[in-house]
Design a protein around this ligand. Sequence first.
Ligand SMILES: Nc1ncnc2c1ncn2[C@@H]1O[C@H](COP(=O)(O)OP(=O)(O)OP(=O)(O)O)[C@@H](O)[C@H]1O
Length: 589
Amino acid sequence: MPQPRSGSNISSSFRWISGYLMRHKAVFLPSVAALLITAVLSLAFPWFLKDLIGDPADALRKGVDPTTIVDKINHTLKWLMLALGVQAFIGFWRVQGFIRSGESALNDLRRDIFRHLVRLPLSYFQEQRAGALSNRVSNDLGVVRDTLLNTVPQFARQTVILIGGLVVVFYSSWKLSVVMLASLPIVILAVALFGRKVRQYSRDAQDSLADAGTVIEETVQGIADVKAFTNEDFESRRYDRALDRFLDVTLRGAKIRAAFLSFIIFVLFGTIAGVAWYGAQLLAQGQIDSRGFTSFILFSIFVGASLGSFPEIISQFQLTAGATDRLRELTGTAAERVDGSSMDRMEGAVAFHHVSFRYPSRPDVKVLDDLSFSIESGQRVAFVGPSGAGKSTVFSLLLGLNNPESGQVLFDGRDSSTISLESLRGNLAIVPQEVLLFGGSIRENIEYGRPGATLEEIHEAARQANAHDFIAKLPEGYDTIVGPRGTKLSGGQRQRLAIARAILADPKILLLDEATSALDAESERLVNEALERLMSGRTSLVIAHRLSTVRHADRILVVNHGKIVESGTHDELIAHGGTYKLLAETQLA
Ligand SMILES: Nc1ncnc2c1ncn2[C@@H]1O[C@H](COP(=O)(O)OP(=O)(O)OP(=O)(O)O)[C@@H](O)[C@H]1O
């Protein structure tokens, strides 16, 4: 897990978040004002309480008539109840206002992060563990949310109580105040000493909890494989280990946290006890009256409680600074390029011109090595080659998911880096080996090829893809929910949906990564027929795994170690007796 950068800075983190809050200032600023008012009003409680407790004692000592004292008590209670009522009323609006502006600001933040996330280059995702990124982002957003909705209001309230309380405390008796404040350096020292350790542990605990979350995510994503390999226990143990690590870090942190809290509580209450003892002496000597003494004790308790809450508040602020640092790092990572001119409809000619490429994560391996080929518009070309030869990498360069280290990828003779990614990808469609369907309906899944397509167009695409009949037979037809990742459909059905999606996209150039898994004869016939319709009239590049596909190709390019080693038709290459012949005999079904 990335740690917050050493320069993690609470104030810059809050400036960033306040930028989002200020978008909702019409609600946020009044809520802050209401918060400050309720914080000041919360001091009314000890204020009037001291009158209730202290005044009668002083009055009795001075021999005031009890009915006058009772009248005064009733009067004080009225004011106290009024202050509590106003505080409750404003508090009602304040809480709602804070939640409304805070959650709206958080939604803006979530939206911005997601928008940026989907625009990050593929390489960014390939460098992360599958679940780690989403877990990290949701954890960090959770911390920010906690802070905005709970810690910030608490901080404002406690600050007002601390300052207001101290003023009253000094006003009540400066002598007692000095005694009380003498304990302050000990508290500050303890906060400085323990605070850093506590923060480090809570950050580690958060990170290890996120790791445990990643295990859940990875397991759920690959649940079919987990079951197929009967690895339920293996995954449970993996999760157990992650939880054990979390508990271990948490418990180590808990020791320090517990010591810290006990120490603070002892010092705080010890101080109050000491001050009360000293105050009682001053009272006995007549140096202060009951009212002043009560006032001092009540406000000291408030000040003490408020002081005691600051270590937690500061540690939450530190966590937030770390979380926002990571979120800002993400939003600061360069997104995919948005330059290049648009190209509405390509002719469909594709070429690689001396292209070399390495994956940034494995700079020692040249995956494509001075690769050149050229495909005319409307041609059907099959790529064959051993596993790891670089075939899928060719596709990823065509899609602009990765960029060549040297050489050029050309569309209609134009360097792809001069074409905007949007129009580049708009002219291409891919039918992948593993079809990824979304949890929505069949209709939505086909529409994914061209968002906004009409129902009629979707039906037509499904017909062409030989999918309409099986869809129509489902009880809910096109509204059938396909289940997460399309698990409710057969392999052949999923492929036909992917074909329908590509037909709807109507690309000029088609990239087809043929499925390796065998289908039954009928399903295969339906898929092949659909593919024929899809490929006709388009430039088609096929990573081929079937003999029937290569036989129908205009040309076969044999890729090995990132180079084209042979090129020709099936018959020519068999006659040549080289790599292709070997592959055809061993790998093509
Ligand atoms: N994201 C990546 N990061 C680092 N290396 C990668 C990445 N993707 C692929 N490779 C490596 O690049 C090489 C070519 O992979 P590629 O997927 O293009 O091969 P392929 O010919 O499509 O293989 P297959 O037929 O098995 O799918 C392999 O050695 C692979 O390990």
